[in-house]
Design a protein around this ligand. Structure first.
Ligand SMILES: Cc1ncc(COP(=O)(O)O)c(C=O)c1O
Length: 415
């Protein structure tokens, strides 16, 4: 006997909240107070950011970590440090946060979109090959949701075409493929510590690399163009003050203590839920390639094929929410359809290239389909609880499926 949907007046699957975010404790308090009382609040005076840079880089298989104010600036610094010049082309996926593209434009370079794979939601290496031109200088694969992109295929293309690879690892703290950490495959990688991320200091970012010259260049750019042997008021290149503060460093050191255990919990729960949900008709959780050895599940993502499931995404989301399961549709449209691209609102950037660019001609059908019709997102903190939490999410989906006719009728009347 199927139970009545909460959306239609039945009892919800869940009334208890899921794990809330951020998680913090005595270690944050201790480090923050110690920093406060030390009076050393700036990155250049205190020990916290320096300690964090070393620890985070080591955990991600890198020699160097350069902490900065956020994960947008870090992408731009990576592009500048890599020597990307005006009007160079940089290949990015259309299914990512705005910053992956805006950082390219703010480096005065041209974002070129290559579609994602419909099953993994990550950059499709074949689509990358198809958009390479003589102007291409770099690729930014995004480890979307915390599942690493196919870095072996992308690095092979980059080697063949002599391109720089910047991993956008904003979602991928602690993730790995082939048992090697995300953030250690490309020439350089960028992480974010904004509030929603798997470890956070409210705002913040870091660059990781094994390339000494790139690291030196990033360090200089984040510190007003200074160089280690120069005088304080000596500035060697266009740059700014992008340094992370010591309070954020203190919080991040404490957050890092928990990262590996939390990532293992998210990965275990995410895999369990994916296995359960993939048994339902029309539900396609993000496909995990064999090379993914740890998914950090910044998001748990799935595609819902409304025709097969029996009710469209909009109805399923409303039903899940009513059952006490927080979820959303994620991005409403692919990045190339953002008003900034439509209107070429690039400010002072790309004065020459802008005239020849026409983003309305970009075709990324996989990204468009999941944005428009199919994608459902669940945030990372849901995956920090017990397995029973996953059973509740699965049960809410099953209820939706069992009641698909009623759900469809509700949708026709209400959405
Ligand atoms: C894929 C991706 N790249 C970059 C960023 C930018 O990070 P931040 O918000 O720290 O600037 C985000 C942030 O949400 C992101 O999701």
């Amino acid at each position: 006997m199927s139970q009545k949907l909460a959306l239609l007046g039945g009892l919800p699957v869940r009334t208890r909240p899921f794990t809330s975010w951020p998680i913090f404790g005595k270690t944050e308090e201790h480090r923050l107070l110690r920093t406060l009382r030390s009076g050393k609040w700036g990155r250049l005076q205190g020990p916290e950011v320096a300690e964090f840079e070393n620890r985070f880089a080591a955990l991600h298989g890198c020699e160097h970590g350069i902490a900065v104010v956020n994960g947008t600036v870090s992408l731009r610094i990576a592009l500048l440090a890599a020597g990307i010049c005006a009007e160079d082309e940089v290949i990015i996926p259309p299914y990512t946060f705005f910053s992956t593209a805006s950082a390219v434009i703010e480096a005065n370079a041209v974002p070129v979109f290559a579609d994602i794979d419909l099953d993994t939601f990550n950059l499709d290496p074949q689509a990358v090959e198809a958009v390479i031109t003589p102007r291409t200088r770099a690729i930014i694969p995004v480890h979307f949701a915390g599942q690493p992109a196919d870095m072996k295929a992308i690095m092979a293309i980059a080697r063949k075409r002599k391109l720089i690879v910047i991993e956008d690892a904003a979602h991928a703290h602690g993730a790995s493929c082939w048992n090697k950490p995300a953030g250690s495959f490309g020439h350089i990688a960028s992480f974010s510590f904004q509030s929603s991320k798997n470890m956070t200091s409210g705002e913040g970012g870091i660059l990781t690399t094994n390339d000494d010259a790139l690291a030196e260049s990033c360090r200089s750019i984040q510190n007003c163009g200074r160089i280690p042997t120069g005088a304080w008021y000596e500035h060697h290149l266009i740059s700014g003050n992008y340094r992370l503060g010591e309070f954020q460093g203190a919080v991040l050191n404490a957050q890092l203590d928990r990262l590996t255990a939390q990532t293992k919990t998210r990965d275990r729960n995410g895999q369990y839920l994916a296995t359960k949900l993939s048994k339902l008709p029309g539900i396609h959780p993000q496909k995990r390639p064999a090379f993914c050895t740890r998914h950090s599940y910044h998001l748990f993502m799935l595609r819902i094929d409304g025709q097969v499931f029996g009710a469209p995404r909009a109805a399923a989301i409303r039903a899940l929410q009513a059952e006490g399961i927080p979820c959303s549709a994620g991005y409403g449209f692919s990045l190339q359809h953002q008003p900034m691209f439509r209107n070429k609102a690039f400010g002072p950037f790309l004065p020459k290239a802008s005239a020849r660019l026409d983003y309305s001609k970009v075709r990324c059908p996989n990204s468009d389909l999941i944005c428009r019709e199919q994608c459902v997102w669940f945030e990372q903190s849901l995956f920090l609880g017990a397995r029973a939490d996953m059973d509740d999410i699965a049960r809410a989906f099953e209820k939706g499926f069992e009641n698909r006719d009623a759900l469809n009728a509700w949708c026709k009347a209400n959405v």
